[in-house]
Write a protein that binds this ligand. Structure first.
Ligand code: PRX
Length: 638
């Protein structure tokens, strides 16, 4: 294999895909040498044992992620636009070139260093999408600190929980956030959060609005202090497997898990998927509208595009502000070539009608991407026909916080491959999906369903759960030893294409936000009037899934049901975020339980989905009358 030339031009696309899964080590070694700038080369491409949860790529290699995202492009094209900050107020976008972003990152890196932040520390970033947030991520990478971006819609308590778990000593935030015309008090939220976080020594505060906020001895005025710093910041040489970032996500227990991604493998995978899945070419403007607080923002607003020297959009607003034409007006104004968004927004916008799309010129669009949840046929067709005028491929991309980047997508390698609506379809280079039956055996035939697992490690996958490797092993490696267990179900069509059918565990997906039902139950159960509860996801026309909560009140409470509802909503939005609030609260006398006391969620799900003929085997129920009661109560409520 002629390594200098890479694989392109040597193998055809199909050959390359086969080669990448049968020779993962040489495939990734060549790509890593070709696509990343190394301070010193790696000696071992991979040293992985999925059954033990050991995943190590490019060992012996040293590099700096910020150099890969900035310096090397500054050498070749300093004036190229790296970021377009699409601020909430339409028409007020700010462009940042590669040389400006490098300068910002270096000043910030020096500032953090001067305040004692060093390799091994974790910096929590609680900011909306903006250039300073990206510079904060890259400044951490430059000086060897890990970042922990927390979605700026999370409450003070959710933020505090993540800061504590990450043992973070530094927080970076803005005075206020602006989204959909509304101002949010982010600095105040941080103040409330850090009260319960003894590890936090300093809070850097950037100014998004002109409104001053109360600053304490712990707080540092970020922009002011950055001006005093040098524009050159020596990058720290990092080992391939040093931590790049933690990102918290929900699992099936109440406690969010801090997934750990490392340097080289993550960056390489984000860059390669960004280029191939979306057919990104130099000079294109890439518009991922996800928040940087989620993995989509990390991989496809920041790391993938910047590693490729691309121009990437940071979207601060909402799809309907100031009106439902916002996305398409932005596409026209910024001349976006690839648009990447979530089905929940597409479903919302299609209800407003085609006129909001037709109003704007979308001729620059080349590829439309979808992420985060299944895209139903109606939304897919509308996205394709109306937004893309029937000429742009729609790529439904399946992946997770855990996978680091896209694993299944319609055109991972061949830009002309057939696309079937509503299907992620084909594995990316190096990805070998398998379906497992309920006995843990690999299903080999087509036209079947099963638990989606991945048979071989890939460089972008998470390495562990922060401070809890055992949980990592139990969650992802033990369900099917030797395979990575995704927690999703999938169907493989007769042509061998994958379609994701949804979660197999108690994780639900509300407006593209992943949330464990146990997290919501934990909070509902804290209400003094509540004896117990069960939270179920149900199909929701816009949000994908909604939150349905069954509540059993304590017998000795004199609080009225009508008063409990606002209390529960308040508690959930205060302790997690607004999107996790129940859509329905049904009060019941008891929950259906097995004789051993386990709540039969399967039955609750069927009731809520009105699938009463499919309630299944009820023989293990402790008290079958509970089900009839719940069915009646559900009819009355909905
Ligand atoms: O259930 C799958 C769903 O979102 C989960 C991952 O959520 P998160 O870690 O928050 O990452 C979201 C962005 C990558 C998956 O386990 N999911 C993601 N993409 C799709 C999807 N379900 C169906 N189709 C998709 N394209």
């Amino acid at each position: 294999m002629p390594e200098a030339a890479g694989f392109e031009g040597v193998l055809d696309r199909a050959g390359l895909q086969d080669f990448s899964v049968t020779n993962i080590e040489s495939f990734w070694a060549v790509v890593a040498r070709q696509r990343l700038s190394w301070i010193s080369p790696f000696h071992t491409a991979q040293d992985c044992d999925l059954s033990r949860g050991q995943i190590r790529w490019f060992e012996g290699g040293k590099l700096n992620v910020s150099v890969n995202c900035l310096d090397r492009h500054v050498h070749t094209c300093p004036e190229r636009v790296a970021l377009i900050w699409e601020r909430d107020e339409p028409g007020s976008e700010v462009k940042v070139t590669y040389s400006q972003l490098l300068e910002m990152t270096c000043r910030l890196g020096n500032l953090l260093r001067r305040h004692g932040v060093k390799k091994g520390d974790t910096v929590t970033i609680y900011m909306p999408p903006c250039p300073l947030a990206v510079a904060s991520m890259l400044a951490c990478a430059r000086i060897g600190a890990a970042h922990n971006v927390v979605f700026a819609g999370f409450s003070a308590e959710a933020l505090a929980e993540r800061i504590r778990d990450a043992q973070s000593n530094t927080v970076i935030t803005v005075n206020q956030g602006v989204r959909g015309g509304k101002v949010t008090e982010l600095k105040k939220t941080v103040d409330a959060a850090v009260q319960g976080c003894p590890t936090v020594q300093q809070v850097f505060v950037a100014m998004r609005t002109e409104n001053p906020v109360v600053m304490t001895a712990r707080d540092v005025a970020m922009e002011e202090e950055m001006l005093k710093e040098d524009v050159v910041c020596e990058p720290t040489a990092m080992d391939s497997e040093d931590v790049l970032f933690l990102l918290y996500t929900s699992g099936s227990t109440g406690k969010p898990k801090g997934l750990v991604h490392t340097q080289a493998g993550y960056l390489l995978y984000a860059a390669l998927t960004h280029r191939y899945v979306f057919s990104y070419h130099d000079g294109d403007v890439f518009g991922c509208v996800a928040d940087i607080g989620w993995i989509t923002g990390h991989s496809y607003s920041v790391y993938g595009p910047l590693a490729n020297g691309g121009t990437t959009v940071l979207f601060e607003s909402t799809p309907i502000y100031p009106d439902p034409g916002r996305y398409w007006e932005t596409v026209q104004r910024l001349k976006i070539n690839q648009f990447y968004g979530a089905p929940t927004a597409i479903r919302l916008l299609l209800k407003y009608g085609d006129q909001w799309v037709h109003k704007y010129d979308r001729s620059t669009l080349k590829t439309l991407g979808s992420v985060g949840e299944p895209i139903n046929t109606e939304a897919w067709e509308w996205y394709h026909r109306v937004v893309g005028d029937g000429r742009c491929p729609v790529v439904d991309t399946w992946w997770q916080t855990e996978t680091g980047g896209i694993c299944i997508a319609p055109r991972p390698s061949d830009p002309d491959a057939e696309i079937v609506p509503g299907m992620a379809m084909r594995p990316f280079f190096g990805i070998k999906p398998v379906l497992m039956d309920s006995k843990g055996k690999v299903v080999t035939s087509n036209d079947t369903s099963g638990a989606l697992c991945i048979a071989q490690p890939w460089p972008g996958m998470a390495r562990t759960i922060h401070n809890d490797h055992q949980r990592f092993i139990e969650t992802y490696c033990q369900p099917n030893p030797g395979y990575f267990f995704t927690g999703d179900g999938a169907h493989r069509s007769k042509d061998g294409y994958y379609q994701i059918t949804g979660r197999l565990d108690d994780v639900i997906n509300v407006s593209g936000h992943r949330i464990g039902t146990a997290e919501i139950e934990d909070i509902v159960n804290q209400c003094s009037a509540v004896a117990e509860s069960a939270v179920i996801g149900y199909s929701h026309p816009i949000k994908g899934q909604g939150v349905y909560t069954f509540v059993v009140l304590k017998t000795d409470t004199d609080i009225q049901e009508a008063d409990v509802c606002p209390q529960l909503n308040n508690m959930v939005s205060k302790k997690i975020a607004k999107y996790a609030c129940p859509d329905y609260i049904q009060f019941v006398q008891r929950l259906p339980k097995t004789r051993s006391g386990k709540i039969m969620r399967r039955v609750l799900r069927k009731v809520v989905e009105r699938d009463l003929d499919e309630l299944g085997d009820l023989s293990t129920l402790d008290d079958p009358a509970a089900v009839q009661e719940i069915i009646q109560g559900h009819r009355d409520l909905c």
